[in-house]
Write a protein of this length. Structure first.
Length: 144
């Protein structure tokens, strides 16, 4: 997976009923951009000399995979919260802190699962969570 966030980026999750985000240790990326994918519709007619496209009102689902290095200590509260989220199917507030920029992207998602991913040569084990993104916000200053 090619990371789309710069080095130093962090994934944060807010426990249900909690007020503070906790870091999910070893964040390695999201499987794609952080949004529900917009789609195009072909609006070409016989009188057009080339293809004509418009934005479709339909969106593809925002299904993504969160990838993190396995916490082999079993003490990371972020990993524990991701596991809980996969079990209880409740929407969670998350955010990705973007490198050392002082900015983050907030989003809400439901976890479908959380488990050990395929083993890649020369890498430690990775945890992979399949999520459905229901809301994504604009890039915001961390103090906001």
């Amino acid at each position: 997976m090619n990371p789309i966030f710069p080095d130093g980026s962090k994934l944060m999750i807010k426990p249900l009923g909690g007020t503070d985000f906790v870091e999910v240790i070893g964040f390695d990326g999201l499987g794609g951009k952080l949004s529900a994918d917009g789609t195009l519709k072909n609006d070409t007619t016989l009188s057009d000399e080339g293809q004509v496209y418009g934005a479709s009102s339909k969106k593809d689902g925002g299904e993504r995979s969160i990838v993190c290095r396995l916490d082999d200590t079993g003490t990371d509260p972020g990993h524990a919260e991701c596991a809980k989220a996969a079990d209880d199917n409740q929407e969670r507030e998350l955010q990705v802190k973007i490198g050392k920029s002082g900015k983050h992207i907030p989003f809400k998602a439901v976890f479908a699962d959380w488990g050990v991913g395929e083993i890649d040569e020369e890498k430690s084990l990775r945890m992979i969570g399949k999520i459905g993104v229901n809301f994504w916000g604009k890039i915001t200053n961390d103090a906001a």
